[in-house]
Design a protein around this ligand. Structure first.
Ligand code: SAM
Length: 247
């Protein structure tokens, strides 16, 4: 079995019920809302933007983003994920979101997002992605990604205290990424690139205690303070790449 087959096998199981129930819990919904606010702010996505989401999963971020933009197209390897995303778009009456099964896209998009996706790509595919993204964006178009940092304190604590849970939430091939090196791939492909730390403890808390929406909001406020401290910021959980194609 190759990486793609293993990813498919894992995610078909994940999206056969567990993910749907877990992602609907209050803390995870609050996290998704925060992510969407952040995506809109950092990419400048607005009412006229066409947005592509790579590895969109069941589309819960994309369906929250849809009211802010002209159109969202989500692509994912997993047919179960795409079925769920389409059903949710229909149920919610969201007409400007489309979901396709696959590993790539064609066309032109103003903004491309990849939420917890890059760290699932094998090294060669990850290295090739900035070039593919560049071809799908017009000058001034923006790429945004969010992925776990190799340096994250939450990962070290998790592996020591709850190793079985960490394993359950991970595919056999995914790995944490080095933030600066991953950003460097986009800079090397000609993008104006920034790397930011998104969170410290709030997203891991949402995963561990998904029913506690108030806990997430409190942890998020704490994170906003913690991330101002350089030493702690470098131990943060998930990093963002904001990469703009030059005009
Ligand atoms: C950790 S999940 C993130 C899903 C979603 N973005 C979210 O935030 O919940 C990674 C997703 O990438 C998809 N995936 C993995 N490899 C892929 C590939 N080469 N092309 C497209 N999708 C892929 C998986 O099916 C899975 O849905």
């Amino acid at each position: 079995m190759g990486v793609l087959e293993r990813e498919l096998e894992y995610h078909e199981k994940l999206y056969s019920g567990f993910a749907q129930a877990h992602f609907a819990r209050p803390a995870v919904r609050a996290l998704r809302r925060h992510m969407v606010e952040r995506i809109v702010k950092l990419t400048g996505a607005g009412a006229s933007s066409r947005v592509l989401s790579l590895g969109c999963g069941i589309g819960d971020t994309e369906l929250l983003l849809a009211p802010h933009v002209a159109e969202v197209v989500g692509v994912d390897l997993s047919p179960a994920a795409v079925r769920q995303a389409r059903a949710d778009a229909e149920r919610l009456g969201i007409r400007n979101a489309r979901f396709e099964q696959g590993t790539g896209a064609e066309g032109s998009f103003d903004v491309i997002i990849a939420i917890f996706f890059l760290h699932h790509l094998p090294d060669e595919e990850l290295a090739a992605l900035p070039g593919k993204v560049r071809d799908l964006l017009p000058p001034g178009g923006v790429f945004y990604s969010l992925d776990p940092s190799r340096n994250r304190l939450s990962g070290r604590v998790g592996r020591a205290v709850i190793p079985w849970l960490m394993k359950r939430y991970q595919t056999p091939d995914e790995r944490e990424l080095v933030a600066e090196a991953t950003g460097g791939l986009f800079a090397g492909a000609g993008f104006e690139t920034r790397v930011e730390m998104y969170d410290f403890g709030s997203s891991p808390l949402a995963g561990l205690l998904p029913g506690w929406g108030g806990g997430y909001r409190l942890a998020r406020r704490l994170d906003d303070g913690i991330l101002r401290v350089g030493r702690l910021r470098s131990l943060g959980s998930n990093f963002e790449i904001i990469a703009r194609k030059p005009r």
